[in-house]
Design a binder for this molecule. Structure first.
Ligand code: FES
Length: 117
């Protein structure tokens, strides 16, 4: 089975996430997902979890305080280590690099705009 992403590229997947029952469940719980790379490399190479520890927890708290219906999840490497710490909004397909604790109010504002558009 195939589906087409927002970038126009077709990907082969083993299931259709748009299948009504699965889609309905996610829409009831969360309007969007915030993926926060917490990959840690202890061998000296750059990695988001080493650069800004505690970022995911701080984003989660800020989104909750703002009352935004999003789920904040930890991920491993998203292949933007040199621009990290890396954060992504899904399904908006928005990605942010060099994110630090001070940037969280801006992330909340951006998420609020995405959800209201
Ligand atoms: S370690 Fe975070 S994007 Fe690679």
């Amino acid at each position: 089975m195939k589906w087409e992403s927002n970038d126009g590229v077709e990907y082969a997947v083993s299931f259709d996430y748009r299948q009504p029952n699965m889609h309905d469940i996610s829409q009831k719980l969360h309007k969007a997902f915030v993926l926060v790379c917490e990959n840690r490399r202890d061998d000296g190479r750059e990695s988001c979890g080493v650069t800004e520890p505690g970022l995911r927890a701080a984003i989660k708290e800020a989104m909750k305080t703002a009352g935004l219906p999003v789920r904040v999840l930890s991920t491993s490497c998203m292949d933007h280590c040199k621009e990290g710490p890396t954060v992504a909004f899904m399904p908006m397909d928005a990605m942010f690099g060099d994110v630090h604790i001070d940037d969280i109010p801006e992330l909340v504002t951006k998420m609020r705009k995405y959800l209201s558009s």
